[in-house]
Design a protein around this ligand. Structure first.
Ligand SMILES: [Zn+2]
Length: 131
């Protein structure tokens, strides 16, 4: 049984992070659809599952690797966005965040009352801030 499966999967792509995300998205949609009972959501869910199965049995491994790499780069950006929100919330009492008026870099400044001179570590521009 497992030998036949192994022979069937030989030369095929298998699963990766994008496939896992697709299956999680399809399962999440099925939970949403318990309440929504929408045909459109059901069709989207089927398309996502079909794409996940297609990718798993695909023999075009380089294409699948490229798709997964593109997915991972987007996923890292999403994760970084939420990590930044979490960190910003965590040190909201000790630090303030603001953008450099010259290069728009995000600066993390100590929360000290009053007006201060700030030098941007990225572009070297100096400006005054009032906290
Ligand atoms: Zn700057």
């Amino acid at each position: 049984m497992f030998d036949r499966l192994r022979k069937f999967m030989y030369g095929r792509y298998g699963s990766d992070q994008l496939n896992t995300a697709l299956v999680v998205a399809a399962v999440a949609l099925s939970f949403v659809n318990i309440f929504a009972r929408s045909l459109v959501i059901y069709i989207i869910q089927l398309v996502i599952m079909a794409f996940a199965v297609y990718r798993m049995f695909s023999r075009r491994i380089q294409t699948r690797l490229r798709e997964n790499k593109a997915f991972l780069s987007v996923w890292e950006k999403i994760k970084l966005f939420f990590v930044r929100i979490k960190n910003r919330f965590k040190d909201r009492k000790t630090h303030v965040y603001m953008k450099c008026p010259t290069c728009k870099a995000q600066l993390r400044l100590q929360r000290i009352k009053g007006e201060h001179g700030v030098k941007c570590p990225k572009c070297g521009a100096e400006f005054r801030v009032k906290i």
